[in-house]
Design a protein around this ligand. Structure first.
Ligand SMILES: [Zn+2]
Length: 498
């Protein structure tokens, strides 16, 4: 049995093929009517179903029991079974990336094309990465395409159509495959998870779908990696070992600071992200994604371009932030961040390009503060809770937790479950982190809790999570406690368990 999910659950009929509706419908019509071309060109990004479609097509036209006026293969006749088992002589797949020589095309394609198709009606050649063929190989193929044998069909698949000679393209029926939307990818991943009988949080599937950039094959590959963690119930906590955590919320926070011209706070935020192990290239990409959202919200209120999963609660924030800016300002900021992002590889310090971009946009935004923006800033300060920058939230928690040393550890231990319940209410994913943590003791006004993994420690240290913990402890004990996570490797942790 093939090991990867992508191979194991490759669609066996048109109905199972994800998206690409225009391609599916047209090809099925051609099969139903028997109007089949001799050469097809499938163009599109990697992992969107080009080869899968080509195989389905080959199977359907060779199916011995296909119903009249149907484009679907039966999947049970000998021809269908041979193709599924990759044992058919009527379906020949060639990876042009590894067979670029003209000799190969001559010997393999030409000679195979001369032999009559075996059990089925057609002999189908799928040439993957077709743009990799040499000029001579293309010329040899052109000769076949000029006078194609009746039973031979070529399907050229490529990610780079501009590298395929125009003489070849003009003899092909062309289909353009598009990137698959995150929503459709997520649905497909859910089906696979159900088939594999693994319980996975929606949040995990959404994160995978967002990171796949339209490639279903990549998404299924990542899902396979997440499955290999071996847990029966997968949450974002486990999955974050495999999927890079989204920093879009952090990007929104940074831009809010930049728009206020708060340079020191913005620089501090960037450095906090670096300390937390966030990759600067990912972070700067999310900053650009966020700025684009603001721009789209501004010029066309087209936030619908982003799936609900991507934006979620950030949607209102985007509209709000956008209203305090001008199109020109956003354009400028995007330019700065895109340009600086390109410098990450050469910079001696990873966060330097991001810091330079911050300084640049902060200085220009404080110099060009316009009327509506001033109003907005004032409004923000008056009516909304202070933004959760590390500096501010730290100060707030510090101040409020001064009295905490008077607390008895016994009370904390006996009422710890109540704290967990409150945290669960406020932030479900944080409650999973805390589920394995235990209160150890109170020192210097801080409540120490023991955690098992460094990434749990990191999560608890995040500014927004500290605020959640402050609120939860305040709810239970009447006053907020500053919670400090320590790594579970000391004797005292073992002691507190027993
Ligand atoms: Zn069949």
């Amino acid at each position: 049995m093939p090991s990867s999910l992508y191979q194991r659950y490759r669609p066996k009929k048109w109905a199972d093929l994800a998206d690409q509706t225009h391609v599916k419908v047209t090809l099925q019509h051609e099969i139903e009517r028997g109007q089949i071309a001799h050469a097809y060109l499938f163009v599109g990004p990697r992992g969107v179903g080009k080869t899968t479609t080509a195989r389905l097509f080959a199977k359907a036209i060779n199916c011995e029991k296909r119903e009249k006026k149907s484009g679907e293969p039966c999947n049970s006749c000998p021809s269908c079974e041979r193709i599924d088992a990759q044992q058919s002589f009527d379906l020949i797949e060639i990876d042009a990336a590894s067979h670029t020589g003209v000799d190969h095309v001559r010997e393999y394609i030409l000679s195979a094309a001369e032999v009559q198709a075996g059990h089925g009606q057609y002999r189908v050649f799928i040439i993957d990465e077709a743009h990799m063929l040499s000029v001579a190989a293309f010329n040899a193929m052109l000769k076949i395409l000029e006078e194609p044998p009746a039973h031979v069909i070529f399907i050229l698949a490529t990610t780079e159509a501009h590298k395929v000679p125009a003489t070849i393209i003009s003899r092909c029926q062309r289909f353009d495959f598009k990137r698959i939307s995150p929503d459709i990818i997520r649905e497909r991943l859910r089906i696979l998870a159900d088939k594999e009988k693994v319980a996975v949080d929606d949040e995990v599937l959404s994160a995978i779908a967002e990171h796949a950039e339209g490639s279903l094959r990549d998404a299924e590959g990542t899902l396979g990696q997440v499955f290999s963690l071996g847990t029966k119930k997968l949450t974002m906590e486990e999955a974050s070992l495999v999927i890079p955590r989204s920093t879009l919320g952090d990007a929104a926070e940074l831009i809010a600071l930049c728009l206020r011209g708060a340079t020191p706070e913005a620089i501090a935020l960037v450095n906090d992200k670096v300390l937390n192990g966030i990759e600067m290239s990912n972070f700067m990409t999310d900053i650009v994604v966020w700025l684009r959202m603001l721009l789209l919200a501004k010029v066309a209120t087209q936030l619908d371009l982003f799936s609900q999963q991507t934006i979620g609660e950030l949607r209102t924030k985007a509209i709000d932030q956008a209203s305090g800016t001008s199109v020109e300002q956003l354009q400028r900021m995007i330019d700065v961040f895109v340009t600086r992002r390109g410098m990450i590889g050469q910079a001696p310090i990873e966060q330097l390009p991001c810091e330079l971009a911050v300084v640049e946009v902060c200085s220009s935004s404080s110099a060009t503060k316009d009327e509506p923006k001033k109003e907005k800033t004032k409004d923000d300060d008056d009516n909304k809770p202070a933004p959760a920058t590390d500096k501010k939230s730290d100060a707030k928690v510090e101040k409020e937790s001064k009295a905490s040393s008077t607390f008895q550890m016994d009370e904390v231990k006996t009422r710890w479950q109540e704290v967990l319940d409150k945290v669960k209410e406020l932030n479900r994913s944080l409650s999973y982190v805390l589920a394995t943590a235990l209160p150890l003791g109170i020192s210097d006004g801080k409540l120490e809790i023991g955690v098992s993994y460094p990434f749990h420690q990191d999560r608890i240290r995040e500014a927004k999570n500290r605020l959640v913990l402050a609120e939860a402890t305040k709810h239970v004990f009447g006053q907020p406690l500053r919670v400090e996570a320590v790594l579970n490797e000391s004797e005292k942790f073992a002691g507190s368990v027993s």
